[in-house]
Design a protein around this ligand. Sequence first.
Ligand code: ADP
Ligand code: MG
Length: 633
Amino acid sequence: MLAPKPAASVATEDPVRVTLKSWFGFDSFRPGQEAVVRDALAGRDVLAIMPTGGGKSLCFQLPALLRPGVMIVVSPLIALMQDQVRLLRDSGISASFLNSSLSAREAGETSAALLRGEYKLLYLAPERLLMPEFLQGFLPRLREAQGISGFTIDEAHCVSEWGHDFRPEYRQMHILRAHFPEIPVFAFTATATGRVRDDIAAQLGLRETACHVASFNRPNLHYEVRPKTDKSYAELLARVRGRSGANNGSGIVYCLSRKRVDELAGKLAADGVRALPYHAGLDAETRRSNQDAFIRDDVQVIVATIAFGMGINKPDVRWVVHYDLPKTMEGYYQEAGRAGRDGEPADCLLYFGVGDIRTAEFLIAQKIDPSSGEPMAAEQRLARQQLRKVLDYAQSLECRRVIQLRYFGEEYRAPCAACDNCKNPRPVEDWTLEARQFLSAVARLAQRGQRYGAAYVIDLLRGAETQKIIDRGHQQLSVYGIGKQRSQDEWRQLVRALLHQGIVDETEDAYPVLRLNVASLEVMKAQRQVLLAPQPKPNRSARSRDEAPTLATGAEALFERLRALRKQLADQQGVPPYVVFNDVSLRQMAESQPVDEAAFMTISGVGGRKLAQYGAVFTAAIRSYRGELGLPA
Ligand code: ADP
Ligand code: MG
């Protein structure tokens, strides 16, 4: 493999730094990367837990270049392998994969090339690795011929039954240890729970492991929860069209069911948005082509169930909208976390409505053991606990980051400056007294065996002289008129909040009536406070135009032009646009406008190979843009 010219800007002779710039185009490490790289270079077993977008790939790819031999990388999905190999090759790094997408002849050629030392990295699925003829035949020959620099287990949470993507084949990976005791094992995952971490170390038989746990904070992500209303769709549309002042660009909308996915994707398409659906009900070919269209920027939006995600390495997803309530906090963190892998600002928005609680509870009640027809009590209990956490997140007035990170056992100090609650702290009001008045009215009516809806109870509290109240003699009740001090709207807001916070229940009939529950009793017994955020004024939580990440005037137009150039070059090579350059690189080009090689080399993501391949065409585009504006080229 031909080493590219080291960058002129790399002053240090440290081979790690030189490799970082000349092959990967980066001037500095992301947090946590360097320590992992150094341990891997030293040949220690490594377990690295880093969030999505933390830059785990580099942590084994860079050591693969500096250590003798071939790095064997185990990856659970063909799409992931192909993506990484494409990215590596576009940086001039010789890498290949062996999987079922290859014919026997192609696989044979790849194997021969490996033995000749033509590749530094080999990606494969665990099934392949574990085949006896591979494990006991090919790998020992490869070790003999070229050496093996390490076994990398990417997405290592797949070994754990506690993880969200358990794959039984991953469980046999410990045989690597028996056959190749001297070769270090490097395990990577974005799964944060302690149980999964311990399981990985045990299952893979890691020794004297260098364990690296990075923070799970994703500082470039902006978190927000908005009430789900009949305006939510219009808001989504404005975002997609870039009219809301928020990040537009590529985005994912997550919905609860296949039906909702199809409906929403259809609606967006009818409104002229380039959007496609993705869910397990579509055939494999349609799923693949829809996913490809998204990755290649042929469509802007993917509307999906949670079936979509694993295997999506698209770094420039600018926003993720949850149109329905997620089932677990971990799920939310992972799904929202697919935004902004490239470290550029991105938005994570959750729409939340009272109806979502009912739907979630309904789905939990459906968890029935198919053989006995009995409810699955343990599953239901777990699902309820998880729902509770999600509701706490959605309804909280606390910093969203603090809540998310606390869930993973990490302490974060608010305010964070990039969530709705920190940017627009809503003063909290104590409505416990009113809540007690309201609940006692419901209780008083229930004692008489009478159940009513919220509107009637509000009339009663406000001392309204309606015909119904008079007919029923409810003016005699002690609660009649005790709530005059609050307006009808204020009472309505309180009731919404009580329902929202699960402090009172409502039946699902055509004329819903109120029912007390355990939480109601806690409030009535003064064991629980009821806090309310004043209603947000319309749009106060939306970011204003000038807060959104924008480029300097003029740079915006150049950015768009470079983006079109990137797409054209990518299509010519049949690769996704981000393989050519990611958004960070394009933005830097649009801002600093390099017109010669030396300046171009200072752009993040530009290494020796990228300079050779793309330097001339991009600097030419920048020169012509500047020329049109009469600027010196
Ligand atoms: P992970 O596997 O941890 O989710 P990736 O390895 O896919 O993350 O990296 C995410 C993005 O971060 C990629 O676009 C990659 O090019 C970029 N990246 C990685 N390391 C650096 C770095 N040191 N400087 C700048 N960008 C980086
Ligand atoms: Mg990864």
